[in-house]
Design a protein around this ligand. Structure first.
Ligand SMILES: [Zn+2]
Length: 342
């Protein structure tokens, strides 16, 4: 389906020097298990613009090596920037945004518990540095600049290796007192269920993860499972049904708590589109008793694989308070032309 994207994530033809002089710059680095994506956001007035982006393999094999790689990538962007910039980076796991210390990172090598990640990176780069969970970064980017632009209450959902999430209210991440709010994947949907990577039992992520689809079918990837299900192969149909049924429970629970304007769904498995969105929406509506079925909205993410890096840059911008994101009237409905399952 065609999705109109109001936000141009292509590199500015003239490179970083072509942005308006005096614009504020923010570097965003998104660390994944296999690669690291980075962007530079520039904002003079109005909507931030991506003026530079890059991608490379994750080569570090320890937390310190990976953080050094983050700093080197950022340093490259910072050195090319005509104006001072600040840095935000995202990691695929537990981060304490207030202290800059990391917790469990199931998809990165090494032991991350208690690592002072922000201190390490800022010590190398010498610039103000912020950290954020990768799914929160995704949610923030899609809320401000992507599929949910202009909406007030947005829940970001990433479907890939696991089930990630983030909640954005009036353009700001809802973090709770501790900073850990938004862990959609670790709400318990099966009391006494299978052990989760977080240590608990029966989390939504024990059902809504790539490995669950692969284990149930013996197929090599989530994409292969969805393709096989589309052809009617019974094991794949069953695996996809189980996956969607539990995702529906998780998102219906969230809807009952928040009644968001929309869920924005991204990650590799969101590419299954109609095969995913239509049955998911039907199942969610059947589970939501305290709202009108027409109030449940699912939108496919629009910023693609760069959303995490863009969100990390937005976190940097918030930290410096350089963007007047909270200005009155900004978060009215903008009439974004996007695919919507309603
Ligand atoms: Zn869990």
């Amino acid at each position: 389906m065609l999705i109109h994207n109001p936000y141009d994530v292509e590199t500015t033809p003239g490179g970083p020097g072509s942005a308006p002089s005096g614009a504020t710059r923010f570097v965003g680095v998104d660390v994944g298990g296999t690669n690291i994506k980075s962007v530079v956001l520039s904002q003079a007035t109005g909507t931030p613009e991506v003026i530079e982006k890059a991608e490379c393999a994750t080569t570090g094999t320890t937390p310190v090596e990976i953080l050094q790689q983050v700093a080197e990538i950022a340093r490259g962007h910072l050195d090319r920037s005509a104006t001072p910039a600040t840095l935000g980076f995202s990691l695929p796991g537990a981060v304490d945004r207030r202290t800059g210390v990391t917790g469990v990172m199931p998809n990165l090598p090494g032991v991350w518990h208690g690592v002072p990640a922000v201190d390490i990176v800022s010590g190398i780069t010498g610039v103000q540095t912020s950290i954020v969970n990768d799914a929160r970064a995704f949610a923030l980017a899609e809320s401000r600049l992507g599929a949910a632009r202009g909406l007030r209450v947005v829940v970001g959902v990433t479907l890939g290796t696991g089930l990630g999430g983030g909640i954005v209210v009036n353009g700001s991440l809802l973090e709770g007192t501790s900073g850990f709010a938004g862990e959609l994947g670790h709400q318990i949907v099966s009391l006494g269920g299978a052990r989760c990577g977080c240590g608990n039992r029966g989390c939504a992520e024990t059902f809504v993860k790539t490995q669950a689809l692969v284990t149930a079918t013996g197929l090599p990837s989530a994409q292969a499972v969805f393709r096989s299900a589309a052809q009617g192969e019974l094991a794949a149909v069953s695996a996809v049904g189980t996956y969607i049924a539990h995702l529906a429970v998780a998102l219906a629970n969230v809807h009952t708590l928040l009644c968001p304007d929309a869920f924005v769904i991204g990650g590799g498995i969101a590419e299954a589109e109609a095969q995913l969105f239509h049955p998911l929406l039907d199942k969610m509506k059947a589970l939501i008793m305290f709202d009108h079925p027409t109030s449940v909205h699912l939108r496919k993410a629009m910023l693609g694989p760069w959303a995490g890096a863009i969100g990390a840059a937005l976190v940097a911008s918030d930290a410096t308070a350089a963007l007047s994101i909270s200005s009155a009237g900004r978060w009215t409905r903008a009439g974004v032309d996007s695919v919507e399952w309603a």
